[in-house]
Design a protein around this ligand. Structure first.
Ligand SMILES: NC(=O)c1ccc[n+]([C@@H]2O[C@H](COP(=O)([O-])OP(=O)(O)OC[C@H]3O[C@@H](n4cnc5c(N)ncnc54)[C@H](OP(=O)(O)O)[C@@H]3O)[C@@H](O)[C@H]2O)c1
Length: 326
């Protein structure tokens, strides 16, 4: 979102502005300062529940952009570094949401999100916005919407899962998939603009959690296919570099595949997205699919469950390659 200029401001011509080291503050500088003050006071107060890989990045970007941010994480230590940047770290989710205009929930799964929000719902500010940004699937999303409608009908629920992983989140380059009452979502949009590169609105609340499963089923298929193709290439005596050189520059050279090939080549599976959470998403998609046949996703979920059982769950999902190779 482009920052508007100071309201009613006329730029002072360059020849009337002070040069480097000039002592006189121009009209522009004074009103720019005043404008910044107004802008900051108009920013919503944000609470972030869940300071894992993604929630931590969201909170850090909001702090960088001058928002007042309150946070809570089950493991308090994960949020402590952000206190130096101005985060107010609460001991409970209820404590974190008090006074917040926008509450972000970025927790592992549906059960955790529902339990946390049940505990915090009475403490939500009147008329606050709740942006649920984790990948929690269709059933938990629909249940949350109904629960909130019953307990706190004044609160605006925005279903807002994200596309993009840890590094894009750290660089405010995620895409927010939003659904819900956009006409009332100005505060949420300010927050989304600070943590991402764009927001795609998809309709009624719940639509974006459905689209998120579509996106992740594509990502999961891509990852499994890449891991298997790499194993086949190796069996024929090719390296990952050979494989990428053939793909590079053509329509098959998906940037995501390059990132994952680099992980495979370096043997570094530091999680951008935990294999465990990717498996959760595969199961959420299968659960929500109804009569739609997804045989490849079913097989992948079985293989990834075996990989998780073998101890790969806390690594990046690219570790399925290492599981296939062992
Ligand atoms: N990483 C990605 O690429 C990515 C991209 C898009 C969406 N997502 C989704 O975003 C969500 C968060 O992902 P993440 O990568 O940030 O995961 P993460 O780093 O594992 O963080 C998970 C968060 O959930 C909390 N949590 C887990 N179990 C809990 C429990 N029983 N009670 C209270 N808190 C609990 C964790 O607290 P502790 O620190 O105490 O464990 C942490 O704050 C997931 O739904 C994931 O699928 C992830």
């Amino acid at each position: 979102m482009t920052e508007p200029g100071p309201p009613g401001e006329k730029r002072v011509p360059a020849h009337r502005r002070p040069g480097r080291g000039g002592k006189i503050l121009s009209v522009w500088h004074i009103s720019q300062k005043a404008y910044e003050g107004v802008r900051m006071s108009q920013q919503p107060v944000v609470a972030v529940l869940g300071l894992g890989a993604m929630g931590h990045a969201f909170a850090a970007n909001l702090l960088k952009k001058g928002f007042t941010v309150r946070g809570w994480n089950r493991t308090r230590a994960k949020g402590e570094d952000l206190c130096r940047a101005g985060l107010t770290l609460a001991d409970s989710a209820a404590g974190a949401v008090e006074g917040a205009d926008v509450v972000i929930a970025m927790l592992a799964d549906g059960d955790t999100t529902r339990q946390t929000l049940q505990a915090a719902s009475d403490a939500l500010k009147q008329g606050a916005t709740l942006a649920q940004m984790g990948t929690i699937g269709v059933d938990a999303t629909d249940a949350l919407i109904a629960e909130l409608q019953q307990r706190r009908p004044d609160v605006l629920y925005i279903d807002a899962p994200v596309s993009g992983t840890k590094a894009p989140a750290e660089n405010a380059q995620i895409l927010v998939l939003a659904s819900g009452d956009r006409d009332r979502a100005q505060a949420a949009e300010q927050v989304f603009a600070a943590i991402g590169k764009g927001t795609q609105w998809l309709g009624e609340a719940g639509a974006s959690s459905r689209m998120k499963l579509v996106v992740n089923s594509w990502l999961i298929g891509l990852m499994q296919s890449l891991a298997e193709s790499t194993r086949l290439a190796e069996a024929f005596g090719f390296s990952t570099a050979d494989l990428w050189q053939v793909l590079d520059g053509g329509p098959l050279a998906v940037p995501y595949a390059k990132m994952k090939l680099d992980m495979i080549a370096g043997g570094d599976f530091t999680p951008q997205m935990h294999l465990l959470w990717a498996l959760k998403d595969a199961k959420l998609a299968l659960d929500a699919a109804g009569d739609t046949r997804l045989p490849a996703l079913e097989n992948i979920a079985e293989v990834w469950q075996q990989a998780v059982d073998a101890g790969y769950g806390e690594q990046d999902l690219a570790a399925v390659y290492a599981y296939l190779k062992r």
